[in-house]
Ligand binder design. Sequence first.
Ligand SMILES: [Zn+2]
Ligand SMILES: [Zn+2]
Ligand SMILES: [Zn+2]
Ligand SMILES: [Zn+2]
Length: 150
Amino acid sequence: MAQAKTRKAPKVAIKKACGLCGKSGRLYRTACCGNWICDDHQKYQLFSYARNSCARNHDRYTICGVHHAEDHEHPDWKTCPECREHYDKLEMFVWAATNDYNFTKLENPPAFEPTLCKKCKRVIRLGEDGYSIKGRDYFCEGCGSLPRLG
Ligand SMILES: [Zn+2]
Ligand SMILES: [Zn+2]
Ligand SMILES: [Zn+2]
Ligand SMILES: [Zn+2]
């Protein structure tokens, strides 16, 4: 009788890659949700507000990152009441919960009133567009910026 060889399950080499951009390289696990992400905080230049760092984008621009940084008690950011209160505008919550810096996005995000420029009534997408705030009024980039010299 032929001896049955115990076959080892083939080892699947799971290549680690950033869950956001798919690059493998210097990675680490996020403190908030334990996903692999580029260890690229150093790519961000101070005050540049560039969004070229996966690690920073997830930390700063997602509810997952905010929930962890603010140390909320609720177990899940998707149903955390404190997270909903974190931004003045529900729109910012929805953006932070559904943008591409998330590993898992919030399904069925709540509807929100669009933000309109006080002056020209254009819709301002708070997560993407430039804008300025005066009191409770929002101004689009064109209306809010100071007149250019020359
Ligand atoms: Zn990445
Ligand atoms: Zn996270
Ligand atoms: Zn929270
Ligand atoms: Zn405007």
